[in-house]
Design a protein around this ligand. Structure first.
Ligand code: FAD
Length: 485
């Protein structure tokens, strides 16, 4: 039988790779983790979730400072933002979390960490820093990078991506964001709130293309009201470097050409899997248009090599990468054939209000030919939302024809946290009646979850049929008061 240096080798120390490394090492597998950057943590920690959410919070506080009068407070003169200080705060948050993702911590768990650019030399071995490392199983978890489509002039025009945007020297006076997906949307609001004149160009006719139109349109309205300019249904024809300013030439659906210009261009046009330079083609690992091709156990075309996280082109979220890391540990270490299932994968766009989702929305239910009914509850009717001055948005609950919840979307304050109750309800197959009947503390924003579940039962309980039955059995006398028309 062939012998290998390690039970498992992992390439890429981000959300997926660190989950596998920690699980495998703690289970007693001899584990190697290889990372090409100088530190562990991946995109989420260094250029993604952590810096973006830290920036969003800073922008929210600054926005509140400018609008204190809404809270009955005396208006204040707010000085302009020093982006260097903002970037320092971002870095300080990253460095606190970095300790959790340190080489020492992983060594303590039992995993050997090596830094460098590995390349497969055969199906079980990589060459790294002049040495060969072999492992029985491998995991590719190299993540993704900003996708750079072949736009005319982009290769000759300076632009920034998520890798540079959080460490700018100063706040740009103006910015054109290419792409109205989650990254473009979050950044448009954050920079606009900090004082940058922001314009977003989006090819589709709605931002946040995966979401239902009504929910995405409500986010758009909020951003527009705060000053973000949108060009929807528009294609990017060319970008040009004008020295201190950059030009973006766009064409709308009527064929009209517009010339936009700004100090900075932020490219947020999707993600491309990091598959280059690993020698995957030479060992027969199939790569598709979205990334490494995997089966539902996350095995590549070489069954002892797994691909987890952004690199397999599936759901590109940190929690999806972590979940997939767990699936790999089951399959590769426990040898338990465990399949990945994304039916109840939640996600959230951290605009303000946030837009969170789990299960099916109207778009996906319609595409799947599923009959559904929609139940909703507005935040303007939630007492705590009013106290917090957060009245925008609603919860939308989809029930199938058996009246079971199949999906929830929440647009509103703390939607990313509110969706967690639905994570438990849907995964635990909790009955809607249990949620509707459970006591929630008052006044909380989360009461809205109980209310939307209750709205479904209210139509049944307070129906004419029930009223008639009660009158008949208990001799109820009916209305004591009726409003005049
Ligand atoms: C601006 C932005 C905001 C985001 N916000 C959120 C959010 O709020 N919530 C959320 O869930 N997700 C968010 N994401 C997505 C999230 O960051 C990714 O889904 C997540 O990082 C994917 O984890 P991963 O392990 O697949 O890849 P990564 O975390 O990127 O890890 C991949 C690692 O592999 C390394 N690597 C790459 N190539 C090689 C190589 N050849 N050899 C060795 N190592 C290599 C990389 O250096 C990196 O450390 C955001 C992304 C961006 C860009």
């Amino acid at each position: 039988m062939a012998t290998y240096d390690y039970d498992i080798g992992i390439i890429g120390g981000g959300a997926a790779g660190l989950t596998v490394a920690s699980g495998a090492a703690q289970l007693g597998a001899k584990t190697l983790l290889v990372e090409k950057e100088a530190v562990l943590g991946g995109d989420c920690l260094h250029f993604g979730c952590v810096p973006s959410k830290t920036l969003i919070k800073t922008a929210e506080v600054y926005h509140q400072m400018k609008h204190v009068a809404r809270f009955g407070l005396p208006p204040v003169d707010v000085p302009p933002v020093d982006f260097k200080a903002v970037a320092e705060r971002i870095q300080s948050v990253i460095s606190i979390i970095q300790k959790h993702d340190s080489q020492e911590r992983f060594c303590g768990l039992g995993a050997q960490v090596e830094f460098g650019d590995p390349q497969f030399t055969d199906k079980h071995a990589v060459r790294l820093n002049g040495k060969t490392y072999s492992a029985k199983n491998w995991v590719i978890s190299t993540g993704s990078s900003p996708s750079l489509p072949p736009i005319k002039g982009l290769d000759r025009t300076p632009f920034v991506t998520n890798r540079e945007i959080f460490s700018l020297d100063q706040l740009p006076e103006s910015m054109i964001i290419l792409g109205g997906g989650p990254i473009g949307t979050e950044m448009s609001q954050a920079f606009c709130r900090l004082g940058t004149k922001v314009t977003v160009v989006n090819r589709g006719d709605q931002i946040l293309g995966k979401e239902d139109k009504d929910m995405a349109a409500a986010v758009l309205e909020v951003l527009k009201s705060e000053g973000v300019i949108f060009h929807l249904d528009s294609t990017i024809e060319e970008v040009k470097d004008l020295g201190n300013r950059k030009e973006v030439i766009i064409k709308d659906k009527t064929g009209r050409i517009s010339h936009l210009n700004a100090e900075v261009i932020l490219v947020a046009l999707g993600r491309a899997a990091n598959v280059k330079g690993l020698g995957l083609e030479s060992i027969g690992v199939e790569i598709g248009s979205r990334g490494i091709v995997v089966d539902n156990r996350l095995r590549t075309s070489q069954k002892h090599i797994f691909a987890a996280g952004d690199v397999n082109g599936g759901y590109q979220f940190t929690h999806a990468a972590g979940y997939e890391g767990g699936i790999v540990v089951s399959n590769a270490i426990f040898r338990l054939p465990r399949k990945a299932s994304y039916t109840y994968l939640p996600w959230c766009t951290y605009s303000q209000p946030e837009l969170a989702s789990i299960g099916m929305n109207e778009k996906t239910a319609t595409a799947a030919g599923i009959e559904y009914s929609v139940w909703s509850e507005a935040f303007k009717d939630n007492d705590r939302s009013l106290a917090e001055d957060e009245p925008v948005g609603k919860v939308k609950m989809l029930l199938d024809k058996k009246e079971k919840p199949i999906g929830i979307q929440i647009l509103g304050p703390h939607a990313g946290d509110l969706i967690s109750e639905w994570v438990a309800v849907l995964n635990g197959k909790v009955k809607l009646a249990t949620l509707a009947g459970a006591i929630h503390p008052y006044p909380t924003i989360a009461e809205i979850n109980k209310r939307v579940a209750g709205s479904f039962f209210a139509t049944k309980i307070f129906s004419e049929k029930v009223q008639k039955g009660l009158k008949f059995f208990f001799n109820l006398k009916g209305r004591a008061c009726t409003l005049e028309e």
